[in-house]
Design a protein around this ligand. Structure first.
Ligand SMILES: [Zn+2]
Length: 194
């Protein structure tokens, strides 16, 4: 799976011109049909996705090109999950957040638990990205909880990425910088800045 910009026409051009790289071996990806369609639950509406599939010219492994509004194996838009995390950092409990977002309490609790259980490596990862993109940044001001510090690092990395690469929704950077694995239950490594 490869996280791509949420712009099908742009992705199509990138693919046609050989600018997308295999997440396994960095070989050139080529068009290879489509993956199954799916529905993403956005903040106020459902979003129908028809992700492209691509195949690597070198290792021949196929990858689904998932737009950056998604996280791997999650049916909710990454911005919705991000809002839940920010509300948690501001002191709300999972039930209140779930009511506000119109999601089941168990679903929200799952996001919060997964993120909190990996808050330290997530913080380190985004701090690393922020420093790679903006060497003028120094240490992160302690925010109290590991969850708040991880969110602070995410904010710095997203802001730095926007300045370097151009505007993109903050939580879309999070999807891109974790290869969609922010809340994955495996310990797959996040992609490092190149
Ligand atoms: Zn490959």
């Amino acid at each position: 799976m490869l996280i791509v910009v949420n712009d099908p026409a742009y992705v199509e051009r990138e693919l046609a011109e050989g600018r997308l790289r295999c997440p396994r071996c960095q070989g050139e990806l080529r068009p290879w049909g489509h993956a199954r369609g799916r529905v993403l639950r956005g903040a106020t509406k459902q979003i129908e996705l028809h992700p492209r599939r691509a195949r690597c010219g070198s290792c021949r492994v196929t990858s689904v090109l998932l737009p950056d509004v998604c996280l791997s194996r999650r049916v909710d838009e990454v911005a919705v999950i991000g809002r839940a995390l920010l509300e948690k950092a501001a002191g709300a409990g999972h039930r209140r957040i779930a009511t506000r977002l119109g999601r089941p309490a168990e679903t929200v609790r799952g996001w919060l638990r997964r993120f909190s259980s990996r808050a330290a490596p997530i913080q380190a990862h985004f701090h690393h990205w922020a420093l790679a993109l903006d060497p003028r940044l120094e240490t992160i001001t302690p925010q109290g909880s590991p969850l708040a510090e991880a969110l602070e690092a995410i904010g710095l990395a997203a802001r730095a990425a926007g300045l370097v690469f151009g505007p993109r929704a903050a939580w879309s950077w999070v999807s891109a910088m974790t290869a969609g694995a922010l809340l994955a239950n495996t310990n797959s490594p996040f992609p490092s800045p190149r």
